[in-house]
Design a protein around this ligand. Sequence first.
Ligand SMILES: *[C@@H]1O[C@H](CO)[C@@H](O)[C@H](O)[C@H]1NC(C)=O
Ligand SMILES: *[C@@H]1O[C@H](CO)[C@@H](O)[C@H](O)[C@H]1NC(C)=O
Ligand SMILES: *[C@@H]1O[C@H](CO)[C@@H](O)[C@H](O)[C@H]1NC(C)=O
Ligand SMILES: *[C@@H]1O[C@H](CO)[C@@H](O)[C@H](O)[C@H]1NC(C)=O
Ligand SMILES: *[C@@H]1O[C@H](CO)[C@@H](O)[C@H](O)[C@H]1NC(C)=O
Length: 328
Amino acid sequence: MASKALLMLLAALSLSLALSGSADAQGLSVGYYSKTCPQAEAIVFEEMTKIIEVAPSLAGPLLRMHFHDCFVRGCDGSVLLNSTTGNVAEKDARPNLSLRGYGVIDRVKAKLEKACPGVVSCADILALVARDAVVLSKGPFWPVPTGRRDGVVSIANETRQLPPPTANITTLISMFAAQGLSVKDLVVLSGGHTIGISHCAAFNARLYNFTGKATPTDVDPSLDKYYLAKLRTICKPNDFVTFVEMDPGSFRTFDTDYYKLVAKRRGLFHSDAELLQHPLTKAYVLSHAGASEPEFFKDFGDSMINMGNIGVLTGSVGVIRRQCSVVN
Ligand SMILES: *[C@@H]1O[C@H](CO)[C@@H](O)[C@H](O)[C@H]1NC(C)=O
Ligand SMILES: *[C@@H]1O[C@H](CO)[C@@H](O)[C@H](O)[C@H]1NC(C)=O
Ligand SMILES: *[C@@H]1O[C@H](CO)[C@@H](O)[C@H](O)[C@H]1NC(C)=O
Ligand SMILES: *[C@@H]1O[C@H](CO)[C@@H](O)[C@H](O)[C@H]1NC(C)=O
Ligand SMILES: *[C@@H]1O[C@H](CO)[C@@H](O)[C@H](O)[C@H]1NC(C)=O
């Protein structure tokens, strides 16, 4: 698997060399580092291969980290900044519960600083790491446009821009639209829930306290009742710490099983269930609940590129941080 992925990476790198210089509208380009740090993407992939081999469960959180970065202040690496005296950073806001793997980013960054000091941004590392996490989980490869620069500001309360797992379809669509992402991007990127695990905290209310009445029947009616019973055996009332697989049985393999689950009303989050409440998202879920992996894989790469364009800093805006957790 790893060697096949490496071949794909090499093929894409030579493609990206041929394409480099062709910047898109956002100022990012595939192969941006081909002259300043030609080995950059290979270094990221090599480190990620070693990391995912020993800690496959980090693939989901590392994919999420890029999403959390992009939805707050754009893809500028702000999710990685530590709090400072007088400022609580995004990292220490509530949605951080689903994030892990900051050490991975630091490790990759240290390798890149050794090879090419001060060249590769933390924001680009997040985008490349997310792609490689998917590739190493047997998911699709896509060429990642790079050239993002890093921000210097991170504010905890701005994580309100992250769609919560309790959101309904109207809220989900409008929060994606606020970032320039379409309804299709929403349903395609939700497919990322095919890998990873979640704390009971993210869906406990669906099992015990859906409308705030906390009666035995106060459950989310959109959840399959057999799955509800099963989840109740794993997550007790007020259990916010136990982990559950988002795509039971194949949570380490990037595939279309997520759509099968959602179609069977077995998505883990209320926001997953809500995808059946809009004609476009419902149609996508149902048509991928069979097995149309090639189309989903292509769509996922396209939507990740769209997401990776959100609010990027390029040119002379922003900086290249030397350590991802602090400003230079
Ligand atoms: C940022 O915070 C983490 C966790 O508190 C800590 O381990 C790390 O050393 C900090 N980074 C820097 C550069 O101080
Ligand atoms: C998440 O934020 C809380 C404060 O809300 C903080 O105590 C905790 O250390 C943070 N967790 C991580 C993993 O950064
Ligand atoms: C969010 O944080 C910023 C900066 O810390 C502050 O100025 C602003 O009032 C806060 N907004 C809310 C709604 O808490
Ligand atoms: C969706 O959620 C928002 C925010 O919680 C709420 O204001 C709105 O009424 C809900 N829409 C529907 C159709 O339930
Ligand atoms: C149920 O939810 C409501 C509103 O979200 C909250 O105020 C209440 O404390 C919860 N009850 C229990 C038993 O968790």
